[in-house]
Every structure is written in C-alpha cells, then in structure tokens.
Design a binder for this molecule. Sequence first.
Ligand code: HEC
Length: 483
Amino acid sequence: MTYTSKNKWVDYVIFGLSVFLVFCLLFDSYIELPRLVAWIGRWHPVVLHFPIVLLLICVFLGLTGRKTRLPDGQVPRFLLTLAVIFALVTAISGFFLGKEIDTKGDLLYWHQWLGGTLALLAALWYWLEGMQLENRIYTKVLQVALIGLVLFTGHYGGMVTHGEDFLALPTEKREEKIPENPLIYKDVVGRILDNNCVSCHNPNKQKGDLLMTSLDELLKGGEVGNTIVLGNPEESEIIRRLHLPFDDEEHMPPDGKKPLDETEIRILERWIALGASDTLRLAHIGNSEPLADLVKSLMEPDPAEKWAKFPQVADSTLQNLSSDYLTIKRVAGNSNALSIDVYMPPEYDPKAVTNLRRVAENIVELDLSGLPIGKEEIALIAASKNLEWLEIDKTPVTDSETDTLRALSKLHTLKIFETAIGDKSLLVFREMSSLKSIYLWETSVSKEAVEQLKTDMPLLKVNSGIDEELRSFFIEKDSVPEI
Ligand code: HEC
C-alpha cells in the first residue's frame, strides 16, 4: 500500500489547493480580499459546471467499472485529476464570491461547507487512487458520498442564487384581494414590500444588511440606518431611496426592477407618518387622512371583474334600442357594461329612454343632458343600479328628483349643473359614499352650502363653476350632438 505518483507537480498543485481551501474555510471571518481576487469569485457560477460533470462521470465509471481497461473500479487518472482540480478551484472561487456578500445566511453557510467538503473528498479520492488500495470499499463509499454532496451543494447553491423557493412550484406574486378593513401593515404595506423588495432583503440575500421579512427587522434597519423614522417619512432612508431618480445607484428597487408607482410610495409614506404600526386598520383611519383613499384605490376591483357579473346583452338588442338620437356603446371591448348617450330630437318621446329598462342593470354611463326629463326617465335612472357616471345637467330636475339618486351606490361622477336643484340636494350627495366628482354651477345651491360640503368631504371634487375654463369646456362638449 504505497503511494505512487504519476506526476509530482500535479500532486503538489492538488495538495496546495486543498490546504488553501481548508485555510479559507477555517479562517473565513479573518480574511480580507483585495479587489482583483474578489473578481475571481465572479467566475464561480461559470466554472462550477465542470467539476459537477467531470466528477459524476468519474463516479459513474468508478462504480460500474465500465469502459475502462484499468483494473476493476479504477478511474482514468487524467479524468479524475481534472475533476479534482476543477472541484478545488470552484470551491475556492466560491469562497471568494461569498466574501462579497455582507451577511451570510444559513443557505450560503451550508452551501459553502458542503462545497468545500465535496472538493476535499474529491482530493482524498485522488490520493486513494494513487495508493492502489486492494480493498476498494473505501473508494466506493467515497464515490456514493460525492454524489450526495454534488446534489446537496447544487441544491443549496440554487437556493442562494434563485431564492429559497427555487425548486418549488413557481409562485405568483401576492395578488390576492385585499380583505375588507385590512390591516395596513400586513395586507397593504407588507404586500408592496413582498412583491418588490423582499427578493433582495431576506435572510439569504440580505442586501445593505436590511431584512424586510418582518416589521421588527424593518424597524431595526440596515447598514446606513434610519431605514424608518417613525412619524417622519422625509427622514426615512426607505422613502428617500424610493424618490431618487431611477438611474441613481441608490434608487430602490435597483435599476432594472419595476419601480413602485406613486400610490405605493404614498402609502408607505403615510403609513410611516402615522407611526408605522402593525395594528392599524383601514377603519381606524379618518376619511380626511389620504391613506384611507390610497388604500381604497388598491381595493377597487378592476373594471373587467366588477362588470363580469352583469347580465348578457346581445348585439341585436343594442341595435334595436339605438337610434339616430341614442347611441349605445359597450365599455371596454366586449363587456356587458354599456355607455349610453341620448340627444334631443326635434320631437322628444320618453319611450326612447324608457325602453332602456331592459338593459338598466348594464348601464354604467348615462348622458341625458339637455333632455326634458320627467318621472319616467327618473325611474330609469333609479333602476340603473350600476351607474357610475350620470349627466343630467340642463334638465328640469329639482330637489324632489335627486332623492332617487341615493340608490346609486356606485355613482362616482354626477353632472347636474344648470338645473334648479338647491341645498336640499347636497344632503343627498353627502350620503353617496362612492361619489368622487360633482358639477353643480348655475343651480340654486348656496355658496355657503357648497363651502360646507367641501370642508366636510375633502375628497369629493366639487366643481361649482368658479373655474370658467372648466365650465366652458363642459358646455362645449355637452351641447354638440355627435350624430
Ligand atoms: C435587486 C435587489 C434589490 C431589490 C429588489 C431591492 N433592494 Fe434595497 N438594496 C439592495 C442592495 C444591493 C442594497 C445595498 C446597496 C445600497 O445601499 O444601495 C440595498 C439597500 C437598501 C436600503 C439601505 C439599507 C441600509 O441601511 O444600508 C434600503 C432602505 C433599501 N434597500 C430599500 C429597498 C426597498 C424599499 C425595496 C423595494 C421597493 C428594495 N430595497 C428592493 C438591493 C435590492
């Protein structure tokens, strides 16, 4: 049982690399690398494929003893030498690469030690082959162990680079519906961070020493500190970075990743301004706090979804209902949501409008401006429960008709200017929670009542005719029938 060497220099190289690798693994935390050496680390993902393939071929030949003219179970020397050298170089380059990462998570730790052991066991095999052992059981055990190590090292390596779920089924971003009365941190803020930030700020890839996997970690902050300054978004590092120009190196998420949109940034700001709590719920927030509206805007179902349950309407029905003075369009492609404009014909017959009863539930936009509307038309409006946009300006409506509008729980825009409505109607509008814009110049509504409405409902846009430009724009648009 004597060691026979074919090439002394190769032995020296393998011995030297092995000792160096052991040194690296043991004294990891004391080692500082110069830049050029760190650069070698970047080759790790490229070279690592060679030892995997070469070692597996060697193990295969070793275990089966096939296709070689060597004594039972011996592996071609050249192949094994190459595999071992590559394994050692790969492990060392991996170690260099690891030095570039500030905080090593568990995954990286395991990957490093498994990979190091793998390379050293391969070197041991090389040495055992040189010993020309009679009993080959040791080499066989070693070979089986190498297969296991290759699999586990690769698995952990994959998780380091691709995230822990690398081999799990592809997971979707958190797109599930925000629940009723959400917790602001868990259901809204957490979701924004999960979808945009956590991929780089988690225990395995803790960029900038910052973890975003829990509120405690987030508040603890990162390297620079001041990640979140409670009550003070302007001072918070996290907000500062979101506002930087996209090409700024410090902008988050970094170049190439989808930036947060304005609503998402504002939500983070207001949440920090209110104290970055994890118990705050939407219902706790007053309506005058912008966060309430911002969160609600994320909760709105997308149009296609909200109209999906509408009754079917056939194209032929639409054709029957439409005329030279009445146009019907489907909103958004082939949805069952309808947009209807009615114009004043030389001789008006309410029937044109009352016929629309058949499709009342499908109407989301209705323009009756300038028509001499009466009871029947008002009944149609009341039946159109899904209305989101209604124009009844320049019509004979009064306070007694506006009461029916109360039933329109989805109405967000109401044009009712140049009508005889008075302050009483404002009491109705006040209760319509989905109302966002209202146009009411040249009505009998008093200035004081308008001011009161504006103060009480800061989120409602009240256009009361002060803005002449806006006014002429609407008059122009509304009085020209497009026949
Ligand atoms: C592609 C990876 C990546 C993504 C995604 C990412 N970051 Fe970072 N982040 C980094 C890196 C790298 C650093 C450290 C370098 C630096 O300070 O710019 C960092 C640092 C930070 C820091 C500074 C930590 C400190 O105290 O030093 C903050 C704050 C931060 N990120 C916030 C975010 C936010 C918020 C998001 C999501 C909108 C996000 N990051 C998404 C890679 C990422």
